[in-house]
Ligand binder design. Structure first.
Ligand code: F6P
Length: 546
């Protein structure tokens, strides 16, 4: 790109518009534009995005859309879909979209069509799933598999964990699926306490098969399994692996026929659509897994072909750019109003922060503008009763993505209306703020003495003008969940292109891993390294306590 983002004329124009916005709080934009809601709503794949409660005008939006064009979003998007090596620091294609493509497509990487291989792994996953569900896959004492434990971390945990949690209503009774990610032995202990080695299948999920946390957890469960009376030759009945590093998985003792490959063009945080999604298929069945893929595929098609001004991921990304780079908001909260989405914010944290938490452009030049916001969140209404106070009255503005699901899957009367009322009310309150006149009348009507009302008014006021998006779906189903996840994946992609960063590497996590390797050697007495006095002091404390 010839010019850096801040050097572009559009960027400067947008900065100018942002500086003029004091006179146009969001609520006044609604007064000026009677059709703001339909104008700023887009729907696809069973999702509706209402972005009208942002401090944005049609004019600003047009400029942002031009910015997307000027920063080559359509061209880079097409390059991603066609298998170009857009992950330049690792010289890799980025093809999670191929994992959910239709079987008739042909997608070439280094001249080879990857679709047949994807289909063949899917078939193997299906066959394993069907055998386990039919009780045909038996453990070392001839019993059926009842529990599946996924051992993995980061993308090899959060994707399947989030989906399995979100699709709770689709779980099949035959097996219970559990997840162990933390190297903290308490995590492993609490899961192993619930299962029987004779009826448990372990999935060792690691793209690299070198991630220390996963390798140690895998070794510990292997020992636990053998200590329970199984032979090494029984490992094939209880261990499968999902990895791009097949040789290392084999040397761990997992036979080739139990290894499900993934490929270097699948990023960890984009991998649930691959065999990393095996726990999902085992939990909800083959058909629901395929529906998840088809929901994501529908969003891919929309992203690829819809004009930018009706393109949901593009619009969501541009709103985020506007809030981050022009209005200066550093955080983004996600508030799903559906209990089964309680892992969603953790999944989104990795997706957004590991992808776009970067400060160097693709050409190695530092960025001079903000990149990924800090993502936080919890389900509504729980967040309302903890940190939403800051959203309404704090000194920092935190935009919120609300996710509303119109139809519940439970049968408790009255709950759902109350849930949705809270969701819509929060978005309205953030935008509108509290009206002092109404608050005064309310307090006086409640019998609060007039002199106290005056002092209370100062505490209770807030001006609103706090932006939010509302993503609405009819029902939380595999397809709508797939579409929702792909929506955020593509949003993150568009933002990465505009920021000119590589969204598909994660070099920032490496230093901590290297230092931990050294400190681990110090804790076990194998080596001594130089540190600052704090780190040395902490190592000594730990050694004294160990
Ligand atoms: O350390 C970060 C990371 O590489 C993530 O990007 C990835 O999802 C996670 O670790 C797990 O990696 P693997 O699947 O190779 O064990």
């Amino acid at each position: 790109m010839d010019k850096t983002l801040p050097q572009t004329t559009i960027y400067r124009q947008l900065l100018f518009f942002a500086s003029q916005l004091n006179n146009y709080p969001i609520k006044s934009l609604f007064q000026l534009e009677a059709t703001r809601f339909p104008n700023m709503t887009v729907s696809t794949g069973g999702l509706i995005l209402d972005y009208s409660k942002n401090q944005i005008t049609e004019e600003i939006l047009r400029l942002l859309l031009r910015l997307a064009e000027e920063r080559n979003v359509p061209a880079v998007r097409d390059a991603m879909f066609s298998g170009d090596k857009i992950n330049i620091s690792e010289n890799r294609a980025v093809l999670h979209t191929a994992l959910r493509s239709s079987r008739t497509e042909s997608i070439l990487v280094d001249g080879e069509d990857v679709v047949p291989e994807i289909r063949s792994v899917l078939k193997r996953m299906q066959s394993l799933t069907l055998k386990i569900h039919a009780g045909e896959w038996q453990g070392f004492t001839g019993k059926c598999i009842k529990d599946v434990i996924n051992i993995g971390i980061g993308g090899s945990d959060l994707g399947p964990r989030m989906v399995v949690t979100a699709l709770r209503h689709y779980r099949l009774p035959r097996v219970s699926v559990h997840f162990v990610s933390n190297v903290d032995g308490h995590d492993l202990e609490s899961v192993l306490n619930k299962v029987n080695p004779e009826t448990t299948l372990f999935i060792i999920s690691s793209k690299s098969f070198t991630t220390k946390e996963t390798v140690l957890n895998a070794q510990s469960v292997r020992r636990w399994f053998l200590d329970a009376g199984a032979e090494v030759s029984d490992i094939k009945k209880h261990f499968v692996a999902v990895t791009a590093n097949v040789d290392v998985a084999e040397s761990f003792g997992i036979p080739a026929e139990n290894i499900y490959p993934i490929w270097d063009w699948v990023g960890g945080r984009y991998s649930v659509w691959s065999a990393i999604g095996l726990p999902v298929m085992l939990a909800v069945g083959v058909n629901h897994f395929m529906e998840l893929l088809s929901g994501a595929h529908a969003m891919d098609v929309h992203f690829k072909y819809a004009p930018l001004d009706h393109n949901m991921p593009v619009l969501l990304a541009l709103i985020g750019i506007w809030n981050r780079n022009f209005l200066g908001y550093h955080t983004l909260a996600v508030a799903p109003y559906h209990e089964d989405l309680f892992v969603f914010s953790r999944w989104l944290q990795q997706l957004e922060m590991e992808s776009n938490g970067k400060s160097v452009q693709k050409d190695g030049e530092p960025v001079s503008y903000g990149t990924a916001p800090i993502i936080l969140g919890n389900t509504g209404t729980n967040g309302q009763h903890s940190y939403f106070q800051l959203f309404h009255q704090g000194t920092d503005i935190c935009p919120v993505d609300f996710i509303a699901v119109l139809k519940p899957t439970h049968s408790f009367d009255k709950h759902h209306e109350q849930l949705l009322a809270n969701c819509f009310a929060q978005a309205e309150a953030l935008m509108r703020g509290a009206d002092p006149q109404k608050a005064k009348e309310y307090m006086l009507a409640k019998g609060i003495p007039a002199e106290r009302v005056e002092s209370l008014l100062k505490q209770t006021q807030f001006e609103g003008n706090r932006p939010s998006n509302m993503i609405v779906m009819n029902e939380l189903r595999p397809e709508t969940l797939g579409a929702l996840m792909a929506l955020y994946e593509h949003k993150v992609f568009v933002q990465g292109v505009i920021w000119n960063i590589n969204s598909f590497d994660q070099w920032g996590v490496e230093l901590g891993k290297a230092l931990a390797t050294n400190i681990h050697k110090e804790l076990t007495g194998e080596a001594v390294y130089e540190h600052d006095s704090s780190t040395t002091g902490l190592i000594e404390l730990a050694k004294a306590g160990l």
